[in-house]
Design a protein around this ligand. Structure first.
Ligand code: TRP
Length: 337
């Protein structure tokens, strides 16, 4: 069996970083027809681990993320899209896995460590937040997923999930499937910088192009994109390292030959930023236009979107309950069976 599970926290609309880092890959995997089951989870319970004071925002973003999924081409006929908080088995599994993980191991998780620093949580980390990698291990194992397509920042989560699986299997017999990370093969796509040139496109940094941005907004953002501060006159030789416009061309443009030629011309001097940006905008619009069209179809029909999520959640519950029963049996806590 080849089973995929992945997901996103509903803390905002999804952007181009999500698209090249994971969404585009998911759609490809989905359409390859090579996978037996595909589960895509909206991780609202995980979002609440650092947004406990703002459940309204999490709720609102469920629909945003679902629309982003459907608009990039995830197809509910092929992929089960569901909501994490509505799957009780995940929380039971988490409780059992927590016994196999030490607090110091959790504190060493590099992604969690980064987030703690970013959110100024150092002096008061919510326990649920510190433990979210364990709940993420439950998300993955509850579906017997062996393939987890995610961005590079999720690698430590996968590592921790694998440790939990090995520990469970060692203690209770071969009860869980060990998952593998699936990273985008295009290096540039694994961590897309923001339009300001900062290392990562992120809502908090305010440097995103969203999948739901209209043409005018995208054009304005491309216009203000960070390029080469030393490239002042068109005739000056330019640098392409750290030049976001070229980084995005690497990530989005299929025509590698043209990109290589433009890079060469830019470095030699004589190619202006305005021209390169115009080309990038065309490339982005070609990708975003069909996404916007699909979004428009679903946007006016949120009842239909909710129905997709409800059906997906029912299917997900069935699978997760089956795995939970298997785990409880292995742990000998199936008293009434
Ligand atoms: N941590 C992921 C994110 O921040 C979301 C997520 C939750 C996830 N559970 C998962 C991803 C399980 C892959 C597998 O986007």
């Amino acid at each position: 069996m080849k089973t995929i599970l992945t997901g996103d926290r509903p803390t905002g609309k999804l952007h181009l970083g999500h698209f090249v880092g994971s969404l585009r890959e998911r759609v490809k995997l989905q359409n390859s027809g090579e996978y037996d089951k595909i589960f895509i989870m909206i991780a609202d319970a995980q979002a609440l681990t650092d947004h406990a004071d703002n459940p309204a925002a999490v709720r609102e973003n469920i629909l945003n993320v679902a629309l982003d999924y459907l608009s990039v081409g995830l197809n509910p006929e092929k992929s089960t899209i569901f909501i994490q908080s509505q799957i009780p088995a995940l929380f039971e599994l988490t409780a059992y896995y927590l016994n196999l993980v030490t607090v110091s191991r959790l504190e060493r998780n590099p992604t969690v460590k980064n987030e703690i620093a970013q959110k100024n949580f150092e002096t008061s980390i919510p326990a649920g937040f510190l433990c979210y990698p364990v709940s993420q291990a439950a998300d993955i194992t509850a579906f017997d997923a062996n393939i987890v397509p995610v961005g590079e920042d999720q690698a430590p989560m996968l590592e921790q999930a694998r440790e939990i699986v090995r520990k469970m299997n060692e203690l209770y017999g071969e009860v869980l499937v060990e998952p593998n990370i699936f990273l985008s093969s295009n290096e540039t796509c694994r961590r897309l910088p923001g339009i300001d040139g900062k290392a990562k496109m992120s809502k908090t940094l305010g440097n995103c192009i969203y999948l739901s941005d209209d043409s005018k907004t995208v054009a304005a953002k491309v216009k203000e994109m960070y390029t080469d501060p030393l490239h002042i006159k068109v005739s000056d030789p330019g640098h392409i390292e750290g030049n976001v416009v070229f980084t995005y061309l690497d990530a989005f443009c299929e025509d590698k030959k043209t990109v290589a030629e433009m890079k060469e011309h830019y470095q030699r001097g004589g190619l202006g930023d305005v021209k390169v940006k115009k080309f990038l905008l065309e490339v982005l619009e070609e990708i975003l236009t069909p996404i916007r069209q699909r979004r428009a179809d679903f946007e006016n029909n949120s009842a239909e979107v909710m129905k997709i999520l409800k059906t997906g959640t029912e299917i997900a519950n069935e699978k997760a309950n089956e795995v939970l029963q298997r785990v409880k049996r292995a742990m000998k806590i199936n008293y009434f069976e």
